[in-house]
Design a binder for this molecule. Sequence first.
Ligand SMILES: CSC[C@H]1O[C@H](OP(=O)(O)O)[C@H](O)[C@@H]1O
Ligand SMILES: Nc1ncnc2[nH]cnc12
Length: 520
Amino acid sequence: MAVKSSIQNTLKNPKIEKNVNNSSGIKLPTENKLNESNIIILKRENNFKSIGTHCLCRISPKVNEIIKSQVKDKIIHIASFDLDDTLIKTKTGRKFSSSANDWKWWSDNVTEIIKNWLNEKSDNDANNILKLVVIFTNQGAVVNTTKLSTYSKSLDTFMNKINNILNSDEFKDIPNILYAATKKSAADKKAKTGQPMSLPHTFNEKVPLAIIGGTGLYKLDSLTPVAKLTIATPWGHPSSPITISKTETGMPIAFLARHGQTHNLLPSDVPNQANIAALKSIGVKIIIAFSAVGSLQEHIKPRDFVIPNQIIDRTKGIRKSTFFEKGFVAHAGFGDPFDNKIGKIISDTCTDILVNENGIKDGLHKLHTKSNDNGDDLTLICMEGPAFSTRAESKLYKSWGGSVINMSCVPESKLAREAEISYQMICMSTDYDAWREDAEPVTVETVVGNLKSNSKNAHLFSEHLIKVLEPLILNGEIGNDLTGSMKMSVSTSSNGRDKAVLEKMHYLFPGYWPLSDESR
Ligand SMILES: CSC[C@H]1O[C@H](OP(=O)(O)O)[C@H](O)[C@@H]1O
Ligand SMILES: Nc1ncnc2[nH]cnc12
């Protein structure tokens, strides 16, 4: 829910719990009406305030800082949530908490999802937007008591619980306001289903095409998102939520930020298994993956694009590079690691896309493909990183015939092959790595500088490519070449198969390998 208003007005005049005339529920005294009978309210701590007669409000220190700062003319984006069974649940499994500590996060990634939203950059207004979280909760069961027998239901216990939650390490940096209605009739003030976040979290159509964005490409500007999915796989959660958009003619496309939306993942820490498994689970058949690369050849200039057709794996074996494991052994073919059909389509249709800094097609920035470059292989070296190569390593890779170098095509491409997803990487050259004696070796500054100019081209390129691929996907010409390939690639006989591993395989390949009685 995006709210364009002055935050000060919103906070000074919270129109919650006015017009309450039913006397059930706990009646909260205002500051100047404290007396012996409502002494419990004296224990009110950490920013709790009563509003009207039946509503407590707690404004976090972070929001107070925001209010004090200059917020006039800012756009406020609010994500609002219910509390129980949305953000938290009880540890004991009971409906109501039995103590101030009887709560846990509703799922492992609740706070991560909120932080991702807070850190997401919006397009043009990014610097003008303030984001905060508002929690609405009905607490009609809370009673004004100091009796030990009912203490778990007391206002004290409730306020302590709220402080435990909102001051927790996971939540304390999230700017938040909580409204708690201490009688049921306030239910209509809460966020309703469908109201809380701007995008739905479910999407029921199959999504045939996915774009993975690398360094400098964290979302696709040309597409309007229709859903944002947080997917749990047997291999964990993907790097970021998966955004679903639709083309003008209605084909769904997924977008995933490889290093997370805030680029908080090292190349070695990218959860590649979860990324590929999550994309497979929504029906993806083709992945177009963008990557910033160093050039190992003079003629591949910074800001040129390269469609590689070969890989040399120089990662160090610390990345999880297969879905298979002890108890279920299979071997995917990887001689041609990319989808050559898609590579050729790109070569034939995208040579005239790249522009210079002024947005003009002057032919300065070239698209290198096997067919455009005299039929020579274009080989992508994948190193572990995160430090860049030494000059000696860089020269070695060049002498091997390497064309470009990055830190991310393995195991992403290998796992896509195992999942029977056609995969093509689009490399955006950003530097000459370290092999040139007369030049400084690559730094992040050089990469980012060139990426800024490249990013326009990345957007133009993907926009055009989606238009080219859509009809070919819809008529089945691309994206089906690997279907069924893994069925025939298993080595473990049915009586040697591990049931737990087989269950994970079902996530990727439902129906391929039945959980027979023979498996262990
Ligand atoms: C920031 S330079 C090194 C970094 O850039 C590339 O990222 P990506 O492939 O995700 O675009 C490279 O692989 C390294 O991870
Ligand atoms: N020189 C380089 N080495 C590895 N990954 C890179 N990504 C961009 N430039 C790179």
